[in-house]
Each structure stands twice: as C-alpha cells, then as structure tokens.
Design a protein around this ligand. Structure first.
Ligand SMILES: Nc1ncnc2c1ncn2[C@@H]1O[C@H](COP(=O)(O)OP(=O)(O)OP(=O)(O)O)[C@@H](O)[C@H]1O
Length: 274
C-alpha cells in the first residue's frame, strides 16, 4: 500500500476574516477580508509597519476583536459559530501575552499565574501543580510570592508567559512581546518562547515590527500592509528569500542584507526593523 503524505494539522485557519472600525472620522479598515493558515507546531510571525493591522489580525484569532466577516477556525473548531460558554472553553486553549505584560498589580506572581485557572473553576490541587510547573518552566520558582512591581520587565513577561501556559494551551498569541525590553532581555525571552514551542509543542503566532525578532524565532512570516496580508514567506534559519517583498523592504528601510549570519548574530534593536 502506498503511504499517503499528509500535511500537519492546521492550528489556525482564517477564512475571509475582516474587521472595520468606526471612529469620529468615519470607517477605517483594521483588517481587509483575509485568509491565514498556520500549521500546528509552527512559530508564525506577522510583520508590517505601524497601523498595518497586525494586532487586529492577532486579536481576531481569539475573537478579542469580533470579525465583521469570515470564519475563525482554531484546531478545527469554528470559534465564530460558538456560544459564549463554548468560546470561553475554547479560549482556555489559546494563551495570549502582550507588550506591556498586563499583570494584575495587586496580586502576587503565583496569584497572577493561577488567575485563568481560578476563572475556569480548576481545583486547588490542579492550581497548585500548574502554578509550580509554569513558574519553574520560565525560571521564576523563587518569585512566587513577589509582587509584579518587584520584578524587571523581562521577569514580568516571564510571569505573563507562565500565566498564559497555566491552562495548557495549544496556541500562544504574542503581541509585540519584546518591544518594551532591552536587547539582552529580548534574546533571553525569545529563548523562553522557543522552548515553549519546542518542549511543549505550543504553536505561536507572534506580532512584531522587529525583523531581528522574527528572524530569530519564526519558521514563517506573514507580511501585512494597509490591512492586508501581502506575502507569506518561509524563513530557513532566519534567511529571507531574496526575491521576496520582505527582502525588498529590508533593503529599502532596514539597510541590512538578509543573511543567515545576521540572523544568528547578536540581536540588536538597531538592526533591521520595519
Ligand atoms: N479600537 C479601534 N478603534 C478604531 N480604530 C482602530 C482600533 N483598533 C485599531 N484601529 C485601526 O485599525 C488599523 C490597524 O491597527 P492595528 O493596531 O491592528 O495595527 P498594527 O499594525 O498593530 O499597528 P502598531 O504596530 O502601531 O501597533 C489602524 O488604522 C488603527 O488605527
């Protein structure tokens, strides 16, 4: 019998998903009706200039933004057709981290990590076990009783990652997770995210305007311009295909040639960003 080749299951399938915003100066396109496919186990980047629609696209995946059109399918489940209780349950399988960490400042680190589990009605044993496991994973077991104000930016983002991992998600949405961090802290944070993907098998969709971050971490990248995904690029060891639109951008705006040596080199903020 001939083996039938099969592609990895899809983690995210956006089909014609669009979002418009109404403001004081009329309607604006956040994301034009768009398709996006992210395979399970992949780290997929979204890059583009400010206002291109990156954050909106990311927030459409867990329906933090409700689309005006199209369907959002995550791990085979159509989120756009779910009832509110079904959607709450599905969101337990989708973690999210943000540029400014969004920790609860009046709760300890352990309570922050426990928060999504408490909301979901997990047992005290399960909460204790997951808090320990997740803080250990991000290297902050000794900070369980600290307050967020006592932590550095990098440590705060590690706590946010631990909190996102607590319900054992299949998918992590990361919105500019290193933009508030210095280059060295950025590098160690990217290693944590790489571990989340490799060791836990979590698919990651990551928004960044920093090409160095995308190169270091992502297997593929979708390039956005004016609310549209204009290109999807495979990154082999961080190398950008020279005939891509992205390579053209880097030459025009980043002043850097997209070589693997650069990708492997120290991650500096002043390197190519769009
Ligand atoms: N809540 C909102 N109300 C009105 N307009 C919005 C809202 N959120 C986003 N927009 C508009 O949608 C477009 C896309 O915004 P979005 O934040 O997704 O872009 P971005 O690529 O993430 O930008 P940045 O890199 O600056 O964060 C912009 O024109 C923005 O002004």
């Amino acid at each position: 019998m001939t083996a039938v080749p099969h592609s990895p299951p899809a983690a995210i399938q956006l089909r014609g998903v669009g979002k418009r915003f109404t403001g004081s100066d009329g309607e604006a396109v956040g994301v034009a009706p768009t398709d996006l496919d992210v395979a399970a186990g992949e780290i997929h980047g979204i890059i583009g200039f400010s206002g291109a629609g990156k954050s909106t696209l990311l927030r459409l995946v867990n329906l933090l933004e409700r689309p005006d059109s199209g369907e959002v399918i995550v791990h085979g489940e159509n989120l756009t057709r779910m009832s509110p209780p079904q959607l709450r349950a599905a969101r337990q399988r989708i973690g999210m981290i943000f540029q400014h960490f969004n920790l609860l400042h009046n709760r300890t680190v352990a309570d922050n990590v426990a928060f999504p589990l408490r909301i979901a009605g997990a047992s005290p044993e399960r909460i204790r076990e997951r808090v320990q496991a997740c803080l250990s994973f991000v290297g902050l077991s000794d900070k369980a009783e600290a307050w967020p104000s006592q932590l550095s930016g990098g440590q705060k983002q590690r706590v946010a990652i631990a909190r996102a991992l607590a319900p054992e998600p299949h998918l992590l949405l990361a919105d500019e997770p290193t933009s508030a961090l210095d280059p060295r802290t950025t590098l160690s944070l990217l290693e944590v995210l790489d571990d989340v993907n490799r060791r836990l098998g979590v698919t990651i969709l990551l928004v960044s305007h920093e090409m160095a971050v995308i190169r270091r971490l992502c297997h593929r990248v979708s390039v956005m311009e004016a609310g549209e995904v204009i290109e999807r690029v495979e990154l082999a060891n961080g190398q950008v295909p020279p005939d891509s639109r992205l390579a053209q951008w880097l030459t025009e705006f980043g002043g850097a040639s997209p070589t693997p040596a650069q990708a492997a080199g120290a991650l500096e903020k002043e390197s190519a960003s769009v």
